[in-house]
Design a protein around this ligand. Structure first.
Ligand code: PLP
Length: 467
């Protein structure tokens, strides 16, 4: 069996190289190295075509929250596929899991966030939020109120609009942005790289002032919404200074601007709660967008969740013959919603949020122990959403030459030791399944530490100066 698999793996690798156009890929290396072919997964481990096992420190892509290989999930999805694989949810039709999951999400979400619009991924959830917000202000007779404010280092997706909302400069290289004049950005709340000599408290005041100033410059009558991740993920696991979200929400309220919490990563247990906005950051937004952990990636599923107040405006009957013309073939797909329901049932039954709340502080402390290693400028994040920032000089925080691909080198060392961590430019990000045990947390951190040491030694041999 294994021998046959090995033969097949070469064929698969060739097929992949020739015909599979990969997302978010550096083709200079891809065309030489091709893909690592994964053939199996169980618990927190993946297996490659050669039979090697890896501890998944990435959770797929911040998403396999309940871990791999859950029979219950496969059975719930198969049962729904047999019973009724699909019918459109456009107009007056629904399915049992779409209705039940919406009710469950309304129960879990804070405040009056009681209305769920389904999509298939986080980008779609954010794109939907923008269309809904524009429609909302049109319906209120305020058609000028359209501008969207996002943040540098914020990531909101990869559709044309959501990538234009994204503030990760690296993601824009060589591409165009759309909606010129529609999207405006304010600073990332990155405390590690805050201006020299500023305390965290002063930094918070500066961020709030900048935000208020931006709304006033654009005119509150023109600004519709602020989109923010509770902790910025792909932009570098950036935890804002304490009190940030509450203060930003207050500025939004003062100016009639809606607050959209992009909880594509932070929801479904990664920070120890089903939703982080209220439970972790003490703030109830006007909308929450989410995906990933909602189904733990067993099926593509996303949700845009909105308040009673917004729903009432959006659902107000229009002129005869007009309707709310937004939706996707797979909005509320019954098999995906069945996966979402079963995923939440498992999370509740196993108290995975409680597990993350218990183990998260240990994980943070263990990772913080890497701060003294060469290369490590900052260790940050919260619970099961963590990151190490690698620098050339710890005092000045200067970065290494991007050509050294430091994040990737460290990730490759980890991979050789049987652990997967995510490289994002000069960072290494950890977002494992929430089921990780304490010994697995130890393994992850120990391997990352050993890999950083090995890469630092290698750089020293190459004559690269580290301070
Ligand atoms: N929003 C955030 C915060 C994300 O991290 C991501 C993806 O990583 C997205 C949106 C986009 O989600 P998707 O890739 O499912 O479209």
């Amino acid at each position: 069996m294994t021998a046959r698999l090995n033969d097949d793996v070469d064929t698969i690798r060739q097929q992949d190289l020739r015909h599979h156009f990969h997302p978010f890929t550096d083709f200079s290396t891809f065309k030489e190295a091709g893909s690592m072919v994964f053939t199996g997964a169980e618990g927190a481990h993946l297996t490659d075509g050669e039979g090697r096992r890896y501890l998944d420190g990435i959770g797929g892509l911040w998403c396999v929250n309940i871990g791999y290989g859950r029979d219950e999930m496969a059975e719930a999805m198969a049962a729904q596929a047999r019973r009724m694989v699909y019918y459109s949810s456009f107009g007056h039709h629904t399915s049992v899991p779409a209705a039940q999951l919406a009710a469950k999400l309304a129960e879990l979400a804070p405040g009056t966030l009681n209305h769920v619009f389904y999509g298939s991924g986080g980008s779609m959830a954010n794109d939907t939020a923008v269309r809904m917000i524009h429609f909302y202000f049109n319906r209120l007779g305020r058609p000028a109120k359209k501008k969207i404010i996002t943040r540098h280092d914020g990531y909101h997706g990869s559709t044309y609009l959501t990538m234009s909302m994204t503030g990760v400069a690296f993601d824009h290289i060589g591409f165009d942005l759309v909606a010129e004049g529609l999207i405006h950005r304010v600073s990332s709340p990155n405390t590690y790289r805050r201006p020299e000599g500023m305390t965290e408290a002063e930094f918070l005041e500066a961020l709030v002032d900048e935000f208020r100033g931006k709304i006033e410059e654009l005119g509150p009558e023109n600004v519709a919404a602020f989109f923010a991740e509770p902790i910025q993920g792909a932009g570098g696991v950036i935890v804002p200074p304490p009190g940030y979200h509450g203060r930003m929400a207050a500025v939004c309220r003062d100016h009639g601007v809606l607050y959209v919490a992009d909880e594509v990563v932070t929801a479904f247990g990664r920070l120890g709660h089903f939703f982080a906005s209220e439970s972790v950051f003490g703030m109830v937004p006007d909308m929450i967008t989410t995906a990933k952990g909602l189904s733990s990636a067993y099926a593509p599923l996303a949700a845009t969740i909105l308040t009673d107040e917004i729903y009432d405006v959006l659902s107000e009957p229009q002129a005869e013959g007009a309707m709310f013309t937004h939706g996707f073939t797979y909005s509320g797909h019954p098999v995906c919603c069945a996966a979402g329901l079963k995923n939440i049932e498992i999370m509740e039954r196993e108290d995975l949020c409680g597990h993350v709340r218990d183990l998260g502080p240990y994980f943070e402390t263990r990772l913080a122990g890497l701060a003294d290693l060469p290369l490590v400028g900052d260790v940050r994040g919260s619970h099961f959403m963590l990151c190490v920032e690698n620098v050339a000089n710890k005092q000045t925080k200067a970065l290494l030459d991007p050509g050294l691909a430091i994040g990737r080198r460290i990730a490759a060392e980890c991979q050789a030791r049987g652990v997967l961590v995510r490289p994002i430019a000069h960072l290494n990000v950890l977002s494992p399944p929430l089921t990780l045990t304490r010994p697995q947390v130890d393994e992850l951190v120990d391997v990352l530490g050993a890999s950083i040491r090995a890469v630092a030694d290698g750089l020293a041999r190459e004559g690269v100066r580290l301070n």
